[in-house]
Design a protein around this ligand. Structure first.
Ligand SMILES: C[S@@+](CC[C@H](N)C(=O)[O-])C[C@H]1O[C@@H](n2cnc3c(N)ncnc32)[C@H](O)[C@@H]1O
Length: 227
């Protein structure tokens, strides 16, 4: 495993160092990628993810999705929100997704979401589904939380799902980046990035979380939650 522990090094820089950093040529192995493009995955998203998304609250008028991959989660979201921006680091996934969704309510941006360049206080909600463990270090994950806190409006939702570190999931990530987030650490890490009222629901293979940016009169409690 290459040394990618420096928080200052972006994923894009890692990708450019392809010979030293082979894992970032493609953040996913081929069978993982095929599964995320499959009708089976689309069906699972409809039966498992969609009812939960609909239960967490209104995502609002301008939503950011981080890490769409082949775009099946994008398809789920785009039919339910007026405007969606999907930020994907991997150009070999972002460009076909942009071509497929041209003329729809989706903008696909190919960049590192930890330094997106998107507007401060712009988005009504942000989502990240099964992507946090594809980031090379916890420091990169924390940088993403801080960036999302910047681009979200006060009182906006940030919702996500991610993998638990169990043998079967780890095995499926052979030759992938796999840096699972400990769900017990998540609320504290989100608070450090400025989020409040975090709820984490841990399942057998996955956890789900909902958190929020503070409304103005919660700013003091956000600071005290992060200690
Ligand atoms: C496992 S895929 C998830 C795809 C989709 N959300 C789903 O659940 O079907 C994770 C995606 O996150 C992307 N990703 C990882 N780090 C990223 C970053 N810093 N910025 C944007 N996208 C990133 C990867 O390139 C990959 O396409």
């Amino acid at each position: 495993m290459p040394d990618v522990s420096g928080a200052g090094r972006t994923l894009a820089e890692c990708a450019e160092r392809a010979t030293d950093c082979k894992a970032y040529n493609r953040g996913m192995n081929e069978s993982h990628l095929q599964f995320l493009s499959s009708p089976e995955w689309a069906a699972m998203l409809h039966t498992d993810l969609l009812p939960w998304i609909e239960s967490v609250g209104d995502l609002g008028d301008d939503v950011l999705e981080v890490g769409p991959g082949p775009g099946l989660t994008t398809d789920l979201l785009r039919r339910r929100v007026p405007r969606l921006t999907a930020v994907e680091l991997d150009a070999t996934l972002a460009h076909p997704l942009r071509a497929r969704l041209r003329g729809t309510n989706v903008d696909v941006v190919c960049t590192d979401a930890t330094r997106s360049g998107l507007g401060t206080d712009r988005f009504s909600a942000a989502t990240c589904f099964s992507m946090l463990h594809h980031m090379p270090t916890p420091a990169h994950q924390d940088a993403l939380f801080a960036e999302l806190n910047r681009v979200l409006r006060p009182g906006a939702l940030f919702v996500g799902t991610d993998s638990i570190d169990v043998d079967v999931i780890r095995a499926a990530h052979m030759d992938d980046v796999f840096v699972p987030v400990g769900p017990e650490t998540l609320a504290g890490r989100l608070a450090a990035a400025g989020f409040v009222n975090t709820e984490v629901d841990v399942r057998d293979y996955q956890f789900r979380f909902v958190t929020r940016t503070p409304v103005r009169d919660q700013l003091g409690s956000a600071e005290s939650e992060s200690g």
